[in-house]
Design a protein around this ligand. Sequence first.
Ligand code: ATP
Ligand code: MG
Length: 403
Amino acid sequence: MIKVGVIFGGKSVEHEVSIISAVQAMKHLDKDKYMTVPIYISKDNEMYTGAFLNDIEIYSDMDNLKRYAKNVVMYVKDNRIVLQNKKGFKGIVNEVDIILPVVHGMNVEDGTLQGYLELLGVPYVGSDIYAATVGQDKVFMKQIFESAGLNVPKYVWFFENEYKAGSEIIINEIEKLKYPVIVKPAKLGSSIGISIANNKEELIEAIDEAIKYDTKVLVEEVIPNLTEVNASVLGDYTYYQVSELEEVMGKDAFLSFNDKYIGSSKSKAPLKGTSTSKGMLSTNRVIPANIDKKLREEIIDMTKSAARVLNTSGVARIDYLIDKKKKKAYINEINTIPGSLSFYLWEPLGKSYEELLDEMITLAIKNYKRKSKMTSSFESNILKNHGGLKGVKGCKGKLGKLR
Ligand SMILES: Nc1ncnc2c1ncn2[C@@H]1O[C@H](COP(=O)(O)OP(=O)(O)OP(=O)(O)O)[C@@H](O)[C@H]1O
Ligand SMILES: [Mg+2]
């Protein structure tokens, strides 16, 4: 039996969505093969564990949760991931073999959690730090996708101080894209701080809004005749498989988008946690997407290239903006830990959620073993090239004298 520590929550605007995704995942881990250990990270970055944390109801009362769950710290001992009582650092509460991160957004999904797990040296499911970090920064991801020859909307990006020092130059650059344009903080998510500008006045307002949330700002051309299509990709650099495609209903998506960004000036305020693109929260999706064969094949190819250039692992979701008239697809973004782990895009291909999780975990174990081997052989090379052993002996000698 493999013990899987499912980590979720964290200091992110998508905290609640992560809880939903994780509870779903925990219910679908194959009971014959895996034992689930929930590891919840609260908004104040404390880790809690307890079997009852797999129940969504518990999250409606945080005081109660914190009273009954065990506040733990994680460390590694004898190759086991140990969860130890934080209070007095006494008592091992549980041990796990592998971590399944089901976190969304900044401060967790963006490489923060992956970096922490790398430092501990433990096996974990999904993309590594590099893919995760690029996947959070809308400018990085565009630059990298472009380098792989993938279509991205035309864009301009800048830092807040550059704008303050020379707004006219930057506005001139942006105006070459032609209105309407869409202004986004580079690293937020959930549509926070995003707005559309139809003219210079609205552009200035939109930039002022975006720089409240991030020092780095992205401005893109708005893709007309919009419909949105998402594809999930599973695997690692040795193979990538693309899921069924979903269409986030053109009309509805555009209506909600209007509501969010274009309606009254009040509705331009950031709508915290109102995003529905993260998982199964939205019902206005069509699976399979209603697009022709050629575009479908193009999206499948683009998805594989995008996964490859970022070297994603496990499951990811890539979101496209489609100009329906031109039948042209643009990559909008990648989610390296998609809402609901995109299981609903695999079911139509005959892969159950249990099988999807099983494949992700198996892949993580395989990668961990491969990486462990690579690291050790690399280390021995360094020692050889630098006469390391002598060095160590010398050190011992010195230590001896000191004693
Ligand atoms: N260039 C564009 N042209 C037209 N519409 C766009 C463009 N960029 C973004 N949008 C619309 O805005 C939505 C949010 O943008 P984006 O996905 O970049 O931000 P996000 O922070 O990831 O938000 P969410 O979590 O809501 O997807 C998209 O789903 C799409 O409807
Ligand atoms: Mg999005």
